[in-house]
Design a protein around this ligand. Sequence first.
Ligand code: XUL
Ligand code: CO
Length: 439
Amino acid sequence: MVNDKYFKGIEKIQFEGKESDNPFAFKYYNPDQVVAGKTMREHFRFAIAYWHSFCGQGADPFGAGTQNFPWDSNSDPLQAAKDKADAAFEFISKMGFDYFCFHDYDLIQEGGSLAESEKRLEAITDYIKTKQDATGIKLLWGTANCFSNPRYMNGAATNPDFDVVTYAGAQVKMALDATMKLNGENYVFWGGREGYISLLNTDMGREQDHMARFLTMAKDYARSQGFKGTFFIEPKPMEPSKHQYDFDAATSIGFLHKYGLQDDFKLNIEVNHATLAQHTFEHELTVAANDNMLGSIDANRGDYQNGWDTDQFPNNIEETARAMMVFLKAGGLQGGGVNFDAKIRRNSTDFEDLFHAHIGGADTFARGLLVADKVLNDTNFTSFVQERYASFDAGKGSDFEQGKLSLNDLYAIASNSTSDIKPVSGKQELLENILNNHI
Ligand code: XUL
Ligand code: CO
């Protein structure tokens, strides 16, 4: 029986199909429907982001919060955190999702000292554990908020002041402990302040060495405690820093390889972070998948007219369909899931809006998956791309791929060729039409 305290009157959201006009039903996300060999539930492993859905109240740089959450009224931090957990687990149960994700101080307000924070985290994770046992809801990943507190204004792991680095280390240790206690399946590092505001005062090489040392220590600690999950780096090019070291998937993969972290870390790709880096979501997923690093997804979208991280709920079906083509070709995610790192707009002030947002997000991913599956199976997309590279499948092209040719060999082949190079169409417009016809 699902609790009915904070989201009164809303029943568990069911799949009713696309003909339904019930705004509180899934139209495409059918958890039990099998697509490409797995149920939608297994493909997506949808998660709720504790910070956006239960902490952020719609404040922006120009105004205070507009969403007054009833679970935020208690002045005792532990009771307020318990109320928030009750609301979160009620909401997740009603959505029928299996997972949540958190930052340490989303769960409970940070204390005045490390010791006090640790005590608070102990108490709230005890409580959340009982909620997990009662509902079966699991933790997709945990993380530490090492960016909001003013102490991190010059960075956390990359802070030029060693005292701050030690504080961040203590905080990450505690967040790892909380994640492991709640059986977290993965752990995320998003480095909002791991970057610079000005190069004039920054030793970038030294900061990156420090970041790698820090990540290695965190990984070693968690492994020593028996943590078997994957660590994810979440790339983002900027905001809040002018430049962040985990700029995009390619940069992060290069970093992980440079410092020998590639076996323990994979990537958590966020849609709006991709577009901030002037890439598409599809591009970032492809880069990650090509290096076997596609770990998890933070689902949201940006705004074509805005240059910042608007974190809106996904609703662009073409964007999601293209992403799901990469996703299916890669065989899905490595350990992660699809976390709605998205927030309702500041003027979406009814609690029902949180349901509409997540229903729409889940349906957008489900629709994208269905389109992608159809395009990959019922059209000649796959064979078209294979054909395009057919000149490398045999003969000298194949020798080239296998490293059997030198530059002199290319020179000789080109010089001895008697036929002209024929233009070969890339057929982009045709492929775009085929994709659109399946949406
Ligand atoms: C910020 C962002 C974070 C991470 C976790 O843009 O995406 O919420 O997902 O720290
Ligand atoms: Co994110």
